[in-house]
Design a protein around this ligand. Structure first.
Ligand SMILES: Nc1ncnc2c1ncn2[C@@H]1O[C@H](COP(=O)(O)OP(=O)(O)OP(=O)(O)O)[C@@H](O)[C@H]1O
Ligand SMILES: [Mg+2]
Length: 394
């Protein structure tokens, strides 16, 4: 799995021109600026990554330092940034276990890609995540109104009920401009981006708590008040930083993801343990779900898979909806689960403000979500009355 940020990573930056990277693509890393003399002493246990500004250094001295580093047998990965790389220097870099070259001018994304590529190659886990057993589920709708927010809330609420302790689950609404999770929960969104944006850089769990809204035992909400310019006000690094801190502070993070691609979308999905695509039983929604699932799986590292959840399964008496089998043919994959339709329960809960599990605990929606959550958590469910989630539109 790739990582959301460089939080806590120890990066040795050799060459003064690299300092501005600390506020951009290396945001969150513990950056040590150093001269070439420190390079030869860098060891994998103490440094996660070395960045070298080749053009600002004497090529002979730099080549000698890389040779010494390779000879140590414990060299950390090295990223050489430079337009002119002498052959001797390239040969020295090739003797290192992991190295890469980046040619200026480069974008922040190219730096990030090279850095994460090297870190992934070493297979190192970020220190903050290594000790954390936190899990993150992202939920995205295949089409507008498919039920992504409803299911995000029900997943979060089911997980909080199972955790049965304070601050176990954080529901994060990443529809920064016009999210509806707070309204559905009858809660006040507390993450005002005017205050939150500047604080993101020094964000920690205590500060994050000031921006969350308690919803129920074990469940907190992180959502922004309505603001049409919200997406422009917060950087990719700040969004990823919030998620990283939330994962440290909570056992479970559930993300209500916007459908449209944002600069941080792929990193958020790539850092999630599960990605749910919510579709309804209409042909356009199923085709959109299929396209979205293949898009995400083709873009993220090999092995990442999405799970399609069919929402609002209803009796065929109410219209010519496809059956689940027909839906799976259109999806070209098995659906992970189906969630029954229950308009009365869904409407009652949004009008009263709160999860369906609170206002209509006997709803089929609650039952279907519970069996999916238990299955994914590996909990042995009691024998289901009707054999699990409805495979057929009754
Ligand atoms: N299983 C269900 N049964 C009945 N109604 C449902 C169900 N799931 C969601 N709804 C209702 O469908 C409507 C759309 O749901 P929701 O807002 O969760 O969708 P969304 O995918 O988040 O939409 P958007 O694209 O606007 O973010 C809401 O009125 C919600 O109460
Ligand atoms: Mg929504």
């Amino acid at each position: 799995m790739t990582h959301w940020s460089l939080l806590g990573r120890r990066v040795l930056a050799v060459g003064p021109s690299l300092a501005p990277l600390a506020r951009g693509p290396l945001f969150g890393a513990a950056l040590e600026m150093a001269g070439v003399e420190r390079l030869a002493e860098a060891r994998a246990g103490a440094v996660d990554l070395v960045l070298v500004d080749v053009d600002s250094l004497d090529p002979a001295g730099l080549t000698a330092a890389l040779d010494a580093l390779a000879a140590s047998g414990a060299a950390p990965p090295v990223l050489l940034v430079g337009a002119r790389l002498p052959a001797a220097l390239v040969r020295a870099a090739m003797r290192l276990p992991q190295s890469d070259v980046l040619e200026p001018p480069h974008t922040d994304d190219q730096v990030r890609e090279a850095v994460f590529g090297l870190l992934d190659a070493v297979g190192a886990q970020p220190p903050a995540m290594a000790s954390s057993s936190s899990r993150c589920w992202s939920i995205v709708g295949a089409v507008g109104g498919a039920g992504a927010t409803t299911l995000s809330i029900e997943f979060a609420s089911a997980l909080a009920a199972r955790a049965n302790r304070e601050h176990a689950v954080c529901l994060i609404d990443l529809h920064l401009a016009d999210g509806s999770a707070a309204a559905y929960l009858g809660a006040t969104a507390a993450m005002g981006l005017a205050e939150f944006g500047p604080a993101a850089e020094r964000m920690d769990a205590a500060l994050l708590a000031a921006f969350t809204t308690p919803i129920a035992k074990g469940l907190d909400l992180l959502a922004c008040p309505r603001d049409p310019l919200a997406f422009e006000q917060i950087s990719k690094d700040a969004v990823l930083r919030i998620l990283e801190i939330a994962c440290e502070a909570y056992d479970f993070v559930v993300i209500d993801m916007p459908r449209h691609r944002r600069p941080w979308t792929l990193e958020v999905l790539g850092g999630s343990d599960e990605i749910f695509i919510v579709s309804e039983l209409t042909v356009p929604a199923l085709l959109a779900a299929r396209a979205l699932a293949s898009e995400v799986e083709a873009t993220l590292p090999v092995g990442v898979r999405t799970r399609v959840v069919l929402n609002r399964l209803a009796s065929r008496m109410f219209g010519p909806a496809p059956s689940v089998a027909e839906a799976e043919r259109a999806l070209e994959r098995k659906a992970e689960a189906g969630i029954s339709s229950d308009w009365e329960a869904a409407a009652a809960s949004v009008n009263l403000g709160g999860p369906i599990s609170q206002h209509r605990p006997k709803s089929k929606i609650v039952r279907d979500v519970a069996s999916l959550v238990d299955r994914l958590l590996g909990v042995q469910a009691p024998p289901a009355r009707r054999g699990g989630w409805p495979r057929k539109a009754a």
